[in-house]
Design a protein around this ligand. Structure first.
Ligand SMILES: O=P(O)(O)OC[C@H]1O[C@](O)(COP(=O)(O)O)[C@@H](O)[C@@H]1O
Ligand SMILES: [Mg+2]
Ligand SMILES: [Mg+2]
Length: 322
């Protein structure tokens, strides 16, 4: 099995980007170890704090965020970082070539039940003439990402990453401490009979999404004439990993539960990197209004509607909005 750096060189990834990716992955190995220690490391449970978005922070959220922040800002490659757990962007080296956005711990509500969690990251090239402490440099659309990936802390620790030449799977080999390539150019099947959505919000969705899901649930007797299975891991990393592995449609639609907050998932830390991975694997990633990666961000903590996965099923879902 191929090691990470040679696999990246085969995809013509520049050396400075390879070095940055290796820096990010060093942090994920540390988090993977701490996650596996659970109660033994004294990191279970919540802190007394909330993040900028009003969500209670778990101890692992905070530790993972600090690990990422420190390692990235010390690397010398990074001009600035933005994180789900930081109020604003954090400046790094003025001449750093890259900016990195990350969700240090995705699926926080799964931490205490020893279920799937992960880390999501997204890399852009920094805008050269913008100061490192200017958060506006993060206002770059998803199609400008040079790398996106996630690490899944599951029964095995897996890295799923793209640098624009397909989406590849790697597994952390604890015998030598590095990630090994296990599957190159993963492909999301165009058709599926599996969907992922938090059904408890159904009554709050817009009518087109209610109608679409109602038709899936109606199974053989409904207009689709087929049985559709449902899965919900409550961690986007876990749900998207399943979609990349065997297909499916994943959605976190707009809802009116809280009129000030119609969307849940974050553009920079969740929707953009996952869109890049899914589309590099032949899938499709949109909101009901257009491609996610075309959105010009107006805030680093912006949230969006998300519909992604098997291409034909995403198109089918979109047809309900026409
Ligand atoms: O609470 P719900 O509605 O099941 O939401 C689950 C969604 O929230 C998230 O957990 C948000 O991520 P964080 O844990 O990083 O806040 C997504 O990963 C997941 O898809
Ligand atoms: Mg998240
Ligand atoms: Mg998180």
């Amino acid at each position: 099995m191929q090691r990470l750096a040679p696999a990246l060189r085969e995809d013509n990834v520049p050396l400075d980007l390879i070095s940055l990716i290796k820096t990010i992955l060093a942090a994920t190995k540390e988090i993977s170890f701490r996650v596996s220690q659970a109660h033994l490391g004294g990191l279970m449970g919540s802190t007394l704090d909330e993040n900028i978005q009003g969500e209670v922070q778990k101890q692992l959220d905070v530790v993972a965020n600090e690990l990422f922040k420190d390692i990235l800002l010390e690397s010398g490659f990074v001009k600035a970082i933005s994180s789900e757990e930081e109020d604003t962007s954090v400046a790094g080296e003025e001449d750093g070539k890259f900016i990195v956005s990350f969700d240090p711990l995705d699926g926080s509500s799964n931490i205490d039940i020893n279920s799937l969690i992960g880390t999501i990251f997204s890399i852009h090239e920094a805008i050269p003439d913008m100061a490192a402490d200017n958060p506006d440099q993060f206002k770059q659309a998803g199609h400008k990402q040079v790398c996106a990936g996630y690490v899944l802390y599951g029964p095995s620790t897996m890295l799923v990453m793209t640098t624009g030449s397909g989406t590849h799977f790697y597994v952390l080999d604890r015998t030598h401490g590095g990630y090994l390539l296990v599957e190159r150019n993963v492909q999301v099947p165009a058709d599926t009979r599996e969907f992922a959505v938090n059904m408890s919000n159904q009554r709050f969705w817009e009518k087109p999404m209610q109608n679409y899901i109602t038709d899936l649930v109606a199974g053989e007797a409904g207009p689709r004439g087929e049985y559709f299975n449902m899965r919900w891991i409550a961690a986007m990393v876990g749900d998207i990993h399943r979609v990349l592995t065997r297909g499916g449609i994943f959605t976190y639609p707009a809802d009116n539960k809280n009129p000030d907050k119609p969307y849940k998932l974050r553009l920079m830390y969740e929707a953009n990197p996952m869109s890049f991975l899914v589309e590099q694997a032949g899938g499709k990633a949109v909101t009901s209004k257009g491609p996610i990666m075309e959105i010009e961000p107006d805030d680093i903590h912006q949230r969006v509607e998300v519909i992604m996965g098997s291409r034909n099923e995403v198109d089918k879902c979109l047809s309900y909005y026409k």
